[in-house]
Design a protein around this ligand. Structure first.
Ligand code: ZN
Length: 411
């Protein structure tokens, strides 16, 4: 194969990925016009349903424009050999190879962030605002951006520095050692996410005294979950949309309920949501998800290790000899189809886990409360109730509301 052929394969993969994404979005738009199944008819009244359809169409259009925009820029960038140009600039600064790669990725990250910024602003302060979801102030928005930038810089430098040093020290065992390093880092983040990352953006507080705490306490002891690991979080700082999640493993597990969830649901419904989250814990879903992702990331590093020294991978993007960061870019684009495939596998597993967690709540007699809480949460966030089957199969980490209700009602 010649570098030119490889370049055209890169273009083909990139374009195919965009077209497929747009195709999925189109399928979803077609499916949104379907009649609601009987089980979901009571979620929206007529007026609310019109609002939901409007919200869906607005978001579809916005997604179309923003993805078309970033696609076009990247396409032009590829054709003009933009990666080679950025590389040349960085090489001109005569940094060490490790820092050249770090600075190279830094420039791309910041450029990408700047390109995406107007879309972020429009999404938050125009679309979400218009439909009454936005609670983010300009101050919060700016601080979020700055904090995310600092966090990415620190984590990015640490990870890249370790990986590139491993590569320079022992290219033959790069795949195994880097995989180990990234896995350990992932494990560390999974354990300390709630202690280190969340407090930068949100305030977590233990459950306040009162009726809700008593009801939760009664259930938590029945389900053998330590009440001390249940927190509320100020999600209302950014959006009215409600949520709850389970995170961590071993001694660092935690269930987090959004304050917006507590405002929207009755105490019984909150207990049902909590039961679902405890279901994730009792089934060890975080450990299992991590275990499932390990062979995938090993495959990724193994493939990457094979092409990092390939001059052709660099030449395809207009750089004469193999360069760590350029080869990663080529690899990253060519890896997209496989990454999507592995993502589908992870989503299939994740949807299974959701059914298991729902079933756990059901086993405590909370079926009706769980169904009504799921319905309320869907209604409040104007979610799309009829996504296309293929979109669900590929992109959804959770089953649809309809699927969950059907499963919960089946005995
Ligand atoms: Zn869940």
């Amino acid at each position: 194969m010649t570098p030119n052929t490889l370049f055209f394969i890169i273009l083909a993969v990139f374009i195919a990925d965009f077209i497929f994404g747009r195709y999925l979005s189109w399928l979803n738009i077609m499916a949104s016009k379907n009649k609601l199944p009987i089980e979901l008819e009571d979620i929206y009244d007529n007026e609310q349903y019109q609002r939901q359809q409007q919200y869906f169409r607005t978001n579809s259009k916005f997604g179309m424009i923003s993805s078309l925009f970033s696609f076009s820029i990247m396409l032009i960038f590829l054709i003009l050999q933009g990666f080679a140009i950025v590389n040349e600039i960085v090489v001109g600064w005569q940094l060490s190879p490790v820092w050249s790669s770090i600075v190279f990725f830094g420039i791309l990250y910041i450029a990408n962030d700047i390109i995406g910024l107007p879309f972020d602003i429009y999404d938050t302060f125009v679309i979400e605002q218009r439909f009454g979801f936005n609670r983010t102030t300009i101050k919060t928005f700016v601080f979020d951006k700055v904090k995310a930038l600092l966090l990415t810089t620190i984590i990015g430098i640490v990870l890249l520095y370790s990986i590139i040093s491993i590569y320079n020290a022992t290219p033959d065992y790069f795949w195994l050692l880097s995989w180990l390093a990234v896995t350990l880092f992932g494990l560390f983040m999974s354990l300390f996410y709630s202690d280190l990352i969340v407090p930068l953006f949100n305030k977590q507080t233990p459950l306040p005294e009162g009726e809700l705490r008593n009801k939760i306490e009664a259930f938590a002891s029945k389900a053998q979950f330590n009440l001390k690991n249940i927190y509320t979080i100020d999600g209302s700082k950014r959006s009215t949309k409600a949520n709850a999640y389970f995170t961590g493993m071993f001694g660092k597990k935690r269930i987090v309920l959004y304050d917006t969830l507590i405002q929207t649901l009755t105490p019984e419904e909150i207990v049902a949501v909590l039961a679902h989250e405890i279901g994730h814990y009792r089934h060890r879903h975080t450990v299992k998800s991590l275990a499932i992702s390990l062979p995938f990331s090993l495959l990724l590093f193994w493939l990457l290790g094979m092409v990092l020294q390939s001059n052709m991978f660099a030449q395809a993007l207009g750089v004469a000899t193999a360069t760590f960061h350029i080869n990663i870019i080529t690899f990253g684009i060519l890896y997209t189809p496989l990454s999507m495939l592995l993502g589908v596998v992870q989503n299939v597993v994740s949807r299974r886990f959701e059914y298991q967690a729902d079933n756990f709540a059901k086993s405590y007699g909370l079926r009706n409360e769980l169904i009504s809480s799921l319905k309320k949460l869907s209604a409040d966030s104007l979610s799309n109730l009829t996504p296309h089957r293929l979109v669900v199969f590929i992109n959804y980490s959770h089953p649809t509301l309809y699927q969950r209700i059907l499963k919960l009602n089946r005995d």
